[in-house]
Design a protein around this ligand. Structure first.
Ligand SMILES: CC(=O)SCCNC(=O)CCNC(=O)[C@H](O)C(C)(C)COP(=O)(O)OP(=O)(O)OC[C@H]1O[C@@H](n2cnc3c(N)ncnc32)[C@H](O)[C@@H]1OP(=O)(O)O
Ligand SMILES: CC(=O)C(=O)O
Length: 521
């Protein structure tokens, strides 16, 4: 099958997206991760734009990349200037990257209204710029900015630019949909009309303003393009660039094109999440292939299909792209979902009394406002109870909290707790800013000497959601608590009309989950 080269512009066009920023160090680490994954070209930035962009090339010029060519980006020379004196082209030469991209105008309205020159001078700008960089020994990829809009108005002019760039020595002609407004039927028609046999390799670069960037990229390959540009997670200016995390598996797994990444497809999910981590962004859950929800099944009838024949419910198996299946708990779950969770404890069927009991408890609790999709640790405790495997950490006799507030000083809560654990009675005291911290401190005060594991865990997040705000102060609240021991994280839930009671339930579940399930260190 035809070889398609994958060109990643996360570090250049990706950073033109709202909220996407990387430090120099991040950029270098990301470049190595992209290279490891099998990306062919990595567009590292615009060296003229800033010191940091130029430094990226200085540093990467001295480093080894196994698969990828590091590529610097800039535009053609300015009108009326010599290529050898153009600061942008000089910055590209100084970048010392083996390949460079130069972007040139390919829409007459841009030539006359934006760079304010003639079509003849624009042609000379393109020719001089490509020739200079080729003379300098660089592979030159030529990006035709607004190609599709330009072609729709003046196809003859667009063809002349493509032919000129080919004869000047460009290795690839990248047809850019810079404002992202082109639709799939136009892409197929236009690329099919090009005299590809007379031209350098055709590449494409789509933005996602009509939501068609991925479809446009795939159709371009089907119509003859063999170089595809895009970004990881689809980040980029305005609505983003074509998402490589979708394009790559579509080309390699669905259409069987030959990609350098073809035999490393199981690295894709990690790549997406690693780069999102660097950008400090939580990636879209429902991103195809790599999203956390991409292989998540919530409806009971769908979880039932997964148990019987997963290939009838999932278009591919998630592990092909390094992703994982999730069976989500909710009031929409059926017994198959319960069985899937219980199967680590033995073989259960829809008729097992434990399955039926837990199914009924789940529906009842979800009806009361509990939500286990984001609090699987609380569900695990329900499951241990249904299976007779639950060990209570303690039994509460009573607790007592007092909150003090003095004018001009922050409030403070003190509390005492009386409880029984493994047949013995204990008392603990705590002080905190609020009641939840105070209860946590009091339980630990009472029990840590006897249960030192409590020192290994801490609460890491606390969230409250009002379930029926129309009931004002009588509204029910749902509290989620996240906990961690530094290696594993777990979430628990509590629901009540009283926020302290809801917090208490989630807090006790957190400690009991760890008590019941932790591996002894
Ligand atoms: C389609 C794309 O994504 S292109 C990506 C562009 N990327 C960026 O703009 C990010 C980095 N850019 C920068 O740091 C700055 O814009 C710089 C340093 C490159 C230039 O800054 P300035 O000289 O102040 O120019 P400014 O950004 O205001 O305007 C763009 C200039 O580029 C010129 N230009 C735009 N496209 C081209 C082109 N294809 N060929 C030559 N010149 C071009 C414009 O005519 C304008 O020059 P002018 O002021 O002489 O008319
Ligand atoms: C080159 C580029 O980023 C564009 O035309 O969108």
């Amino acid at each position: 099958m035809k070889k398609i080269s994958i060109f990643d512009t996360t570090l250049r066009d990706g950073t033109q997206g709202v909220g996407i920023n990387f430090t120099l160090n991040d950029k270098i680490e990301i470049a190595h991760a992209l290279d490891e994954a099998g990306i062919d070209y990595i567009e590292g930035g615009f060296p003229l734009a800033s010191r940091r962009e130029a430094d990226f090339f200085k540093i990467t010029a001295k480093e080894k990349f196994k698969n990828a060519k590091i590529t610097a980006f800039g535009s053609t020379r300015k009108p009326g200037r010599k290529a050898t004196e153009d600061e942008n082209l000089l910055a590209l030469i100084n970048a010392e990257s083996p390949s460079v991209v130069i972007v040139g105008k390919a829409w007459i309205q841009h030539i006359t209204k934006v760079i304010k020159t003639t079509t003849l001078e624009n042609m000379k700008m393109i020719e001089d710029s490509i020739k200079l960089l080729v003379r300098e020994g660089r592979e030159v990829i030529f990006d035709l900015e607004h190609f599709f809009d330009g072609y729709k108005e003046h196809p003859k002019q667009s063809l002349e630019i493509l032919e000129l760039a080919t004869s000047a020595g460009a290795s690839s002609l990248v047809l850019c949909d810079t404002n992202g407004g082109t639709l799939p039927n136009e892409v197929t028609k236009i690329i099919s009309e090009l005299p590809k046999e007379r031209l350098a390799q055709i590449g494409v670069h789509f933005h996602n303003d009509t939501g068609c960037a991925v479809a446009n990229s795939i159709l371009s390959v089907e119509a003859g393009a063999s170089h595809v540009q895009g970004t990881i997670n689809g980040w980029g200016e305005r609505c983003g660039n074509a998402n490589l995390c979708t394009i790559i598996p579509n080309l390699a797994i669905k259409l069987d094109y030959d990609l350098t990444m073809s035999n490393k497809m199981n690295k894709l999910t990690h790549l997406s999440r690693y780069i999102a981590d660097k950008a400090n962004i939580i990636p879209e859950k429902n991103q195809p292939y790599v999203g956390t929800a991409a292989f998540g099944h919530k409806a009971g009838q769908h979880a039932d299909v997964i148990v019987k024949a997963p290939h009838l419910m999932e278009h591919i198996s998630g592990d092909k792209v390094g992703n994982e299946r999730q069976i989500l708990l909710s009031e929409l779950a059926g017994k198959s979902t319960i069985i899937e969770k219980m199967n680590k404890f033995g073989d259960y069927t829809k008729e097992s009394k434990e399955v039926i009991a837990l199914f009924n408890t789940l529906k009842e609790k979800e009806g009361e406002g509990f939500e286990y999709e984001s609090a699987e640790a609380s569900f695990e405790l329900l499951m241990l109870k249904a299976l007779g495997r639950y060990r209570p950490l303690f039994e509460l006799n009573n607790y007592h909290l007092e909150t003090y507030k003095t004018w001009g000083v922050d409030s403070k809560t003190v509390g005492r707790i009386f409880l029984k654990s493994e047949g013995k009675e204990y008392m603990g005291a705590g002080v905190g800013v609020g009641p939840v911290g105070t209860l946590d401190a009091a339980i630990r005060d009472a029990l840590t000497v006897y249960h030192p594991f409590l020192d290994e865990m801490t609460l890491s997040d606390y969230k409250v959601r009002v379930l029926n705000p129309e009931n004002a102060t009588k509204a029910k609240v749902r509290v989620f608590i996240s906990s961690t021991d530094g290696e594993i994280d777990w979430e628990t839930v509590g629901v009540s009309e009283n926020i302290i009671e809801a917090s208490w339930q989630a807090l006790v579940d957190s400690m009991e989950f760890y008590y019941n399930t932790r591996k002894t260190k």
